[in-house]
Structures are given as structure tokens and as C-alpha cells.
Design a protein around this ligand. Structure first.
Ligand code: NAP
Length: 842
């Protein structure tokens, strides 16, 4: 058994919430964090001027209404120390510290197919096993320092902004060289310029930047805003970027130019990148529209920077605005008016080397006391590739991603079972409000993990075909925009030799969320759910008591008895169950069947029930009767609130196949025609009765018979092959049914083995499952019929038939009928009943 349910790499926004979400769901979890504190990017990027470019009201968790009410942000755009304080407050408030291990870097994670678990090894040499491995390492964590010849000879200190000394750096009186003018460089430069003797800004590519118009939070505004926080969050989740924006909703090219200029100016004055770029619908898809916005921004640089030559160098021209991350700053361009700041164009004269006293370019030497690299990250895949992740067959993730990072839905890489990546490649991630996307991913992953557990699946893995199709969609959407035109880190262009692949999903946060939800609702479509390992749980003590009682009785196996003797034992055993609940009325009827009257009993729990359930009892087509099943059918009638027709179909071997199936179908036709009166009809059954219910649903479809609202199958016989794994696992005589018993039942029901593959005997063999009614499937773990139940559900899902599957990990074959005796039986019947009730009420 694995040490943990979930091992998480990283404790930034994603890892912190993962700990909370998994733990709240009853799972054991531990997050491993390389830093000496939590916060991830907000822990490491503590350079002066570091500030979020998403507003604080948006860049915060939404999972706790109490948290969002209690916490107050001091500014419109939070500075790095405040974000870090917030994250520590969250960890304190929700008591997350015991499940976060600091100062521990995940070095390797490898999948063990036999055990169906991950072994996660940390840099201290320790290892832990976990059923699931969740990467929360972030998209921008692997910082990069350019390989400049001679850097090691530099006499002064040098820093990368993403590994800034915790105690800060004093640049007073120093000549400082800054390399990099992206979001980070633009933030750090004015802070350094304010104290340094001289700042040299080495610019390779000029960048666009909009003003923040940062300001202190107005308490009156805050109170009013917080009163409606919930509905604001809802809008954010359904929005395009994870922030509710009010754009004009119109293309700029369709507007009078003067009005476009005015609207842009209003947004420029208001500050903020997302509202500015989101003003018009065509800015990121049409080069002409983009040029209008770009030229507007160049005009702002021209009017801010006093020296026209410097201004000219600062004008971005080589890519569409927005196709590289739009920077935000209130003081970057004005900084170039200071006498102690020099802009150095390293596009025309590139950096060549470093020596002890400074930097060399192709045409000059700059004497420097300190160097600052704001040169960015190996984004999206870099941090994960630093971990030696190995999936099925020991294949390294880095190898799988050699042509570019990929993952189904941007969350699950094919070939890596039980592994998920929060804001992974192919998800909206860095092109959205990260906190919204992180919360969505963590919750989706949590639900997937819970689903697997509840349904007895050991492994969940993306199918390669689903991953291929998703990534093709991601590419198609991206190439309908201007984004791929820029040499940005979005496409890996900033890392020499990295394949150029656009790996963010640009279909929008809201539509993306909807797609993820659809996949989950369809039973995790595109994923292979597998039960390579049996659940480790043991038999429930109440079920064990039943098995012990049967063993103590010490009777011979059924196949040594005559059918009459076997039936008498079943009847005697059914008396131990006792009486079922009272219902409003019970009446015995005789249904006119093709081969004569079919006895049946109609249970009506209430005078006018909303639907009708036709129920077929179990017993291997050989034993069992309406009387023997009375208690559990009553319980189902009460739980579903429906009239239940329990059918005494003809038994084998006196009446071989297809007698029982014919009676089952005739009973449905009668119930739908004579009893239902337009009310929805459901078929249901357990074991061999589950077989008859499944077959009846197939026949109703094939014969254009009665429409069915649902089929409810409890551990059904779906196939004649007795060689499945579960048959071998539960073959002992101590079980209610074993392999030998089932062979006898099949011999009685379909004596000719060749005839058993008929889909009306083995419904799993039906060539086509489309158009069947939704399936509600009940299975249990300690049951030879377990695996064919799972396969039936898989076939249904593949045919896009909705499936709800409840697996009872500690139960035995037959448990569904042991109401009164087993708590799980009462629970299973009442859950099935509740589903029937919901379905018939529409
Ligand atoms: P970045 O956007 O990748 O910028 C790196 C800068 O370094 C670019 O100007 C790049 O020039 C330059 N550079 C890289 N290698 C170089 C080399 N060998 N020689 C010369 N120049 C070189 O990295 P970043 O500024 O750290 O930002 C990364 C992302 O982090 C941002 O896009 C944003 O998503 C996030 N971020 C957000 C905030 C915020 O919320 N306000 C702040 C900081 C960062 P080229 O353009 O020519 O490649």
C-alpha cells in the first residue's frame, strides 16, 4: 500500500491549494517544496519592484468565501511581499503546514506499473510512494542565465532576479548592468536606477508596457466589492482570461478611428494590461487592428521619453503587441530621462563576453560593479524536466516531450498514469489569471482521483489519441491568433534549441473549464481507467459474517444438487434477510408472454408513482424467485419511489436460453404498455437478473421497443468468458459464486457453449452499444463478476452512453440483495433508488 494518496511537487499557489483540496477530500497528501518557505514564484522572485500584474481582487483564492472576506489587500496590484504574506496566511488559516515539507526538492518520480504507484525521490535521498503524483512546479520556475563567455571571471556580484538574496542587495553608488527587458527587467530597472550610480540597460528586444495606475485600496470600494464577491468569482471562472473584463465586444477595425483612439486612451488612463488589450475583439487576431494599438502605445513612449533617439530604440516593432507578455509599469519609460540611466542596444551590437570589470558588446565595453540578469525562464516544461520523471516502461518525460511538452487537456500526459500537471502544457495557464486556472485544475484533479477511488480503478491515464487530438486543437486555436508570430517564451524561442511549440490553450478559461467538466461527466472520456490491481480493502465484517454462516452450514455446491434442491436452499437463505419495508400496495399479476403467462409482482410504494421499474432477480437463471427477492425489491420500490414489477421469468435448465430473456422482454413490453401509461420505464436486475436487464435494454433498442430511461445493473453477468482476472481471484468455495458455479449456471442456461456468445446471452459481445439507455452500474470488489461489469461500463462509455458506476470495495457478490443484513446493501439500494427517482422525474 502506498505511503500517500497524493505526492505534490511544489508549494506555490498550486501546491498550497492542492494540499488543502486533497486533504479536505479525505486523501493523504504531502507537498515537497525546494524553497525554505512556501510561495513558489512569489518566494523566489523577491527582486525589488516585483509586483503582480493581475489585480489583487482577482489574483487570490476563491475556494473560501470566509478567506476572501477576511483578507484585505493594501493595493490594487499586490507587491511580492504582500502576496507571500497572503500565502503564509492561507497555510496558517487552513493548517496546511504539517503536509508541506520545505527545503526538499523532488529529484525524481517514477511509475511502478506492478504496484500502480509512484516512487517520489527527494534531493535528500529519501523516497515516498504515492498513488498519484501531481506536479505543481509552476510554469516559470526554471530560471535561465545566458551562457556568456567569461561570466565566471566577473569580479563583482551577479544576480538572477529569480534567485534574489533574501536580505536584498544594496546597489548604492554602484555601476550596474541589467540584461533583460521583459516583465521582470521592466520592474526591477527603476528600483535599481533610483539608488545606483549608473544603470546600463542592455536591451535585445524593446517591449510594450501599459501603466498599472497602482493605488492603495479604498476601504469603501473594498466593502462594496466584497459584498458581491461570489458572483464576481463566478464571472471570472466563466470568462476568457479568468478575469471578468468589459471590452467593447466589437472589432477595432469596424470603429471610427477617433473613437478607437479615445477608447484606448481611456483604458490607458485607467491602467492595466488585460482591460487595455481586451478593448477590441480583433487586436490579437488581426494584424491591422493590432497595429493600431501598437502605434498608440509607441506614441505614449515617444511622448514620455525626452531623447528621441532613446525613444526610438525603445519602440517595439518586431512582434504584434500582446503576442509577448504585455508588461506593466508606471515608471519604466520615464526612467530613461534620468541622467544615470543608459539604454544599450544589444540587438545591433550583441553581448559578446564578460570580463573581470564588465561587459563586452560587439562594439563597446561597459565597466560594471554588479550584474543583474532578468533573462527569464525555461517556461512551461523547464521545471518539470529538471525532475527525472519516468512513466510506463521507465520512459523519461523529457524524452516524451522532446518535440515539445504535451498533455491531454493540458493536465495529464499520456504514458504517465496517475500523474497530473497543474496548469500544464495545453491548458490556459500563463495566458490566464493563474489563480483561477490553478483552482480549476486542482479541483478537477481531485475529483478525478476521487472518482477513480470510488469506482475501484487503480490507474487513470490519458489515451495517446486523446492527447494528440487535444494538442492539435490547442495548436489550431493558437494559429488562428497572432501569438505564434512572436519569438516569445510562450513558444520556447528564448531557450536555444528548444522546439518551437505553442503550448497554451487560447480557447478561453470558461470554455476550457466546460470542456474539462464534460470529460469528467462522461466518466473521464479520453482516459483509460484501469484496475490492474485489486483494491486492497478486505471483505466487510458484515459480509464476512454471511460467508462464515454459509461455510458453517457446510452444504454441497449447487452443481452437485438438482435445480429443485438448489432453489430450496436459496429460499431458505432468503428467510434470513427478513421482511422488506412496507409499501402502499402489492399485487400479483400474470403477464401475457409469447410462451404463456409470466407471474410477476407489482410493488407500489405510493399511490401515483412517477415511473416504473421492471426488475429481474438474480440466481444464475436457475434459482431464485420473486418471493426470495421480496425484501430487496420492496426496498428498491421505496428508495426509487417507483412502481416495481418483479418478474418470475422461466428458469433453466427446464427452460433454456432464450426463455428467460424472452420473458424478461415480454414483461418490459407489458409494463411499458399496460402499466406505465406514459411514465418513464427503467429496467433493473442483479447478477443473472442484471444480465436479463442488460439484454432487455439491447432488445428494446434493436426491436424499436419501449424507450427506457435507465438500466440499473448490479454485478451483472455480461459475458460467458470465465477466464477473467476476477474469476481467478475469487474462485474459492467460500464465495457465494465461484467459477465452477458460474460454469454450471451457463451449462443450464445456454447448454451449447457456441451459442453463449449471442449478445442476448452475453451482452458484452454486442457489436454496437450506441443508443442504449444510460447505465447505472453497481459492482463489488470480491466478486468473480467484477471485471465483466467494469468492461461493460467501459464499452458503454466508449459508445457515449452515460454511465454512473458505484463500486463497493469491501463487498461480495450478492450483497445488493442483503438489505437488513448489510449496511452497504441498504446504502447501495438507496443510492440506486435515488438515481432512478432523479431520472424518472427528469
Ligand atoms: P522574459 O519575459 O523571458 O524576459 C527576458 C528578457 O531577457 C527579455 O528581454 C530577453 O530578450 C532577455 N534575454 C534573455 N536571454 C538573453 C540573452 N541571452 N541576451 C540578452 N538578453 C536576453 O522573462 P521575465 O521578464 O522574467 O518574465 C517572464 C514572465 O514572468 C513574464 O512574461 C510574466 O508572465 C511573468 N512575470 C510577471 C510579472 C508580473 O506579474 N508583473 C513580473 C515578472 C514576470 P528577448 O526578448 O530578446 O528574448
Amino acid at each position: 500500500m502506498a505511503d500517500l494518496d497524493v505526492a505534490v511537487a511544489g508549494a506555490g499557489f498550486a501546491g498550497i491549494y492542492a494540499v488543502h483540496a486533497f486533504r479536505s477530500a479525505g486523501l493523504t497528501v504531502r507537498a515537497f517544496e525546494a524553497g525554505s518557505g512556501i510561495g513558489g514564484t512569489w518566494f523566489w522572485n523577491r527582486y525589488p519592484g516585483a509586483r503582480c500584474d493581475v489585480e489583487s481582487k482577482d489574483y487570490s483564492y476563491s475556494f473560501s468565501p470566509e478567506l476572501e472576506q477576511d483578507w484585505s489587500w493594501s493595493e490594487r496590484y499586490p507587491a511580492q511581499p504582500e502576496v507571500l504574506r497572503y500565502l503564509n496566511h492561507v497555510a496558517d488559516r487552513f493548517g496546511l503546514w504539517p503536509d508541506i515539507q520545505l527545503n526538499t526538492r523532488v529529484a525524481a518520480a517514477s511509475w511502478d506499473t506492478d504496484q500502480a504507484e509512484w516512487t517520489v525521490t527527494t534531493d535528500d535521498g529519501a523516497s515516498v510512494t504515492a498513488r498519484f503524483f501531481v506536479s505543481a512546479v509552476g510554469c516559470l520556475s526554471a530560471y535561465q542565465v545566458p551562457s556568456l563567455p567569461g561570466l565566471e571571471t566577473f569580479a563583482g556580484p551577479w544576480y538572477h532576479t529569480s534567485r534574489w538574496p533574501a536580505d536584498g542587495v544594496d546597489f548604492t553608488g554602484l555601476r550596474v548592468g541589467l540584461i533583460g527587458t521583459g516583465s521582470t527587467g521592466i520592474q526591477v530597472a527603476p528600483e535599481v536606477a533610483a539608488v545606483a550610480e549608473h544603470l546600463y540597460v542592455f536591451q535585445r528586444t524593446a517591449n510594450f508596457a501599459v501603466p498599472n495606475r497602482n493605488r492603495a485600496t479604498d476601504p469603501a470600494w473594498e466593502a462594496a466589492f466584497k459584498a458581491d464577491y461570489r458572483s464576481y468569482r463566478k464571472k471570472a471562472q466563466g470568462s476568457f482570461l479568468g478575469v471578468p473584463l468589459t471590452g467593447t465586444g466589437r472589432p477595432a477595425l469596424a470603429e471610427p478611428p477617433a473613437e478607437v483612439q479615445q477608447a484606448l486612451m481611456e483604458r490607458w488612463q485607467a491602467g492595466g494590461g488585460m482591460p487595455f488589450l481586451g478593448a477590441y475583439t480583433d487586436v490579437l487576431v488581426d494584424r491591422d487592428a493590432n497595429d493600431i494599438v501598437a502605434e498608440f502605445m509607441r506614441d505614449r513612449i515617444r511622448e514620455t521619453v525626452a531623447d528621441p533617439a532613446v525613444a526610438e530604440l525603445l519602440l517595439p516593432r518586431s512582434y504584434p503587441v500582446g503576442s509577448k507578455r504585455l508588461c506593466q509599469s508606471d515608471d519604466y519609460f520615464a526612467m530613461f530621462n534620468r541622467p544615470n540611466v543608459t539604454l544599450v542596444d544589444i540587438r545591433s551590437a550583441p553581448l559578446t563576453s564578460v570580463s573581470a570589470r564588465g561587459l563586452h558588446t560587439a562594439d563597446a565595453f561597459y565597466e560594471l560593479d554588479a550584474l543583474v540578469f532578468a533573462t527569464g525562464f525555461d517556461a512551461i516544461s523547464g521545471a518539470l524536466n529538471q525532475i527525472d520523471v519516468r512513466g510506463v516502461g521507465g520512459v523519461p518525460l523529457a524524452e516524451t516531450w522532446a518535440a515539445g511538452p504535451r498533455a491531454y487537456l493540458g493536465v495529464a500526459p499520456a504514458g504517465f498514469p496517475n500523474m497530473f500537471i497543474v496548469t500544464g502544457p495545453g491548458s490556459p495557464s500563463v495566458l490566464s489569471n493563474m489563480v483561477v486556472s490553478i483552482e480549476q485544475h486542482v479541483e478537477w484533479i481531485r475529483d478525478c482521483v476521487l472518482y477513480a477511488g470510488a469506482h475501484g480503478y487503480a490507474t487513470v491515464q490519458a489515451k495517446p489519441s486523446a492527447e494528440d487530438a487535444w494538442m492539435a486543437h490547442v495548436t489550431e486555436v493558437a494559429y488562428a491568433t497572432l501569438f505564434p508570430l512572436a519569438d516569445s517564451w510562450y513558444v520556447g524561442a528564448n531557450i536555444p534549441g528548444k522546439p518551437r511549440v505553442f503550448t497554451c490553450y487560447l480557447g478561453g478559461v470558461g470554455p476550457y473549464r466546460a470542456r474539462c467538466d464534460e470529460v469528467a461527466a462522461a466518466g473521464y472520456e479520453g482516459f483509460a481507467l484501469d484496475r490492474r490491481l485489486a483494491m486492497s480493502s478486505s471483505i466487510h465484517p458484515q459480509a464476512q459474517l454471511i460467508l462464515d454462516g454459509i461455510a458453517a452450514a457446510g452444504g454441497p455446491p449447487f452443481w452437485e444438487l438438482t435445480p429443485e434442491q438448489a432453489r430450496a436452499i436459496v429460499t431458505a437463505n432468503s428467510e434470513h434477510i427478513g421482511a422488506g419495508p412496507d409499501v402502499a400496495s402489492v399485487r400479483d399479476v400474470v403477464i401475457p408472454g409469447q410462451a404463456g403467462g409470466i407471474p410477476a409482482r407489482v410493488y407500489s410504494p405510493v399511490p401515483s408513482a412517477p415511473g416504473v421499474v421492471v426488475y429481474y432477480h438474480g440466481g444464475g437463471w436457475v434459482v431464485g424467485s420473486v418471493n426470495d427477492w421480496d425484501a430487496s425489491v420492496r426496498a428498491l420500490a421505496v428508495a426509487s419511489g417507483c412502481d416495481v414489477v418483479s418478474v418470475d421469468y422461466r428458469l433453466a435448465p427446464e427452460h433454456a436460453f432464450p426463455a428467460a430473456a424472452d420473458d424478461a422482454y415480454d414483461a418490459l413490453v407489458w409494463a411499458a404498455g399496460e402499466l406505465a401509461n406514459g411514465r418513464p420505464v427503467v429496467v433493473a436486475g442483479d447478477s443473472a437478473g442484471g444480465n436479463l436487464a442488460a439484454v432487455t435494454a439491447l432488445r428494446a433498442r434493436d426491436l424499436d421497443g419501449p424507450a427506457l430511461a435507465l438500466q440499473v445493473l448490479a454485478y451483472p453477468v455480461t459475458d460467458c468468458d470465465l477466464d477473467r482476472k476476477s474469476y481467478h481471484e475469487y474462485d474459492g468455495t467460500e464465495f457465494l459464486v465461484n467459477r465452477r458455479d458460474m460454469a454450471w449456471y451457463w451449462d443450464c442456461y445456454v447448454p451449447d457453449p457456441a451459442a453463449r456468445v449471442n449478445p442476448y446471452a452475453s451482452p458484452l459481445r454486442a457489436p454496437d452499444m450506441t443508443g442504449l439507455p444510460p447505465l447505472y452500474l453497481v459492482t463489488d470488489e470480491h466478486d468473480p463478476l467484477r471485471d465483466e461489469g467494469f468492461e461493460y461500463a467501459d464499452r458503454m462509455r466508449a459508445a457515449r452512453v452515460p454511465v454512473e458506476h458505484r463500486h463497493y470495495g469491501s463487498q461480495i457478490h450478492g450483497f445488493f440483495t442483503f438489505v437488513n443484513l448489510l449496511d452497504d446493501a441498504d446504502k447501495a439500494v438507496s443510492e440506486a433508488g435515488a438515481t432512478i427517482r432523479a431520472v424518472v422525474k427528469g
